[in-house]
Design a protein around this ligand. Structure first.
Ligand SMILES: Nc1ncnc2c1ncn2[C@@H]1O[C@H](COP(=O)(O)OP(=O)(O)OP(=O)(O)O)[C@@H](O)[C@H]1O
Ligand SMILES: [Mg+2]
Length: 150
């Protein structure tokens, strides 16, 4: 499925829509160049899940966890500039298996072996400064269901 958004507001709205169909245990991999809108989309997801605090790019801390609705957690990872995920690999491995956590990963190629096959991949392409094309790909039954409910 391909979604076209015309503004940051529409990107935020898409994030909220996605948040509305999450149950916990989902893994969302965000792919796209610097400035594509991965963190902007994550902010929309976080807002939709009820996060009150400001969601910042976890580039320096690598991970941030937010408590969200229904006793769930949102774990936001950013592996940018990291050549080796080190001890984070073990943490991530546990987090992606936790059914009360929704995991969002930016720059996840170095941990692709840890991410479950059944994940939703969102590839963001910027045709213009304000517009974004989001290519939604489901890699297993669970993420297919998720995509279908969007
Ligand atoms: N429709 C849009 N959707 C998302 N971001 C947009 C849109 N239009 C403009 N932008 C701008 O594009 C930038 C996206 O930055 P963002 O930090 O979300 O990207 P990123 O993919 O997370 O980059 P990085 O790889 O550095 O983490 C922001 O400056 C945002 O204001
Ligand atoms: Mg980012």
């Amino acid at each position: 499925m391909i979604i076209e958004v015309k503004s940051i507001i529409e990107m935020n709205a898409f994030g909220k829509r996605l948040a509305g169909v999450l149950h916990g245990g989902e893994v969302i991999e965000l792919i796209g160049d610097v400035g594509a809108g991965k963190t902007t989309l994550t902010k929309g997801i976080a807002e939709g899940l009820g996060v009150q605090e400001e969601v910042q790019s976890p580039s320096f801390t690598i991970s941030r966890v937010y408590p969200v609705r229904d006793g769930l957690h949102l774990a936001h990872y950013d592996f940018y500039r990291l050549n080796d995920a080190g001890i984070m690999k073990q943490e991530l491995d546990e987090v992606v298996k936790d059914q009360t956590t929704i995991t969002v990963v930016e720059w996840g190629s170095i941990v692709s072996g840890i991410l479950p096959t059944d994940r939703l991949t969102l590839t963001i392409v910027p045709p213009t400064e304000q517009t974004r094309r989001i290519i939604v790909e489901a890699h297993g039954p669970r993420s297919q269901k998720l995509e279908a409910s969007l």
